[in-house]
Design a protein around this ligand. Structure first.
Ligand code: HEC
Length: 187
């Protein structure tokens, strides 16, 4: 009888303590692992341009015309993608991760960046020129800004690698000069 009484009083005491603790701490404390212990929490510097692909995984892009198709991006194209989503997406895509793009408000309407019918026929050198010097310097619309001062030539090469990777119809690097040269050759 005495032992039963002790048993019950200990049990009621425990329940009371548990009830008190649950009331006192809205987030139940973890008994097995004190917060912060074992986990070293540091803030890694996180430049804005890391947000769409992390180091190591070079990244992918979903085919804009066919969401089922995932395009693997190599190192350069993945970097180009980061720059594209920072600088060009507002005009050269119909939507952006932040919502609708500005493309429909721009005159002339900028070509979609994956439009192979526009870009496949242009050489890397002429793309490099127009991105560096802007539309006006190249006899095109001044709505296409020059990026020679804000991007490095390597950035622009990476952008072109990205454009080539996502092109629809697919871009095939020609070993025999420009598409016009190829047209004149017997196939
Ligand atoms: C403010 C809107 C805007 C932004 C931002 C922009 N572009 Fe353009 N871009 C245009 C317009 C408009 C044209 C069409 C110019 C024309 O055909 O006269 C164009 C044309 C181009 C062309 C040439 C197409 C052709 O037919 O010759 C390339 C290449 C290009 N843009 C790449 C880029 C890249 C790369 C970026 C980002 C670094 C970028 N653009 C950012 C508006 C923009």
């Amino acid at each position: 009888m005495k032992y039963l009484l002790i048993f019950f009083s200990v049990m009621v005491g425990c329940l009371g303590l548990a009830a008190y603790v649950m009331k006192r701490f809205p987030n139940p404390p973890c008994w097995c692992w004190s917060r912060g212990q074992g986990a070293i929490v540091t803030t890694v510097p996180h430049p804005a341009w890391h947000q769409y692909a992390s180091f190591g995984s070079y990244g992918t892009e979903t085919d804009w015309n066919d969401p089922q198709r995932i395009i693997p991006l190599d190192y350069h194209a993945a970097h180009g993608k980061l720059i594209f989503y920072q600088q060009c997406v507002w005009c050269h895509a119909d939507s952006t991760p932040a919502g609708p793009s500005n493309r429909s408000n721009v005159t002339p309407t900028p070509p979609l960046m994956n439009d192979g019918t526009v870009f496949n026929g242009m050489s890397d050198a002429s793309l490099q020129q127009i991105i560096t010097r802007g539309g006006r310097a190249m006899g095109k619309s001044a709505m296409m800004p020059p990026y020679g001062k804000s991007l490095t030539q390597d950035d622009i090469r990476n952008l072109i690698a990205y454009m080539r990777a996502i092109a629809v119809p697919a871009y095939r690097k020609s070993s025999s000069g420009s598409p016009r040269d190829r047209k004149n050759k017997p196939s």
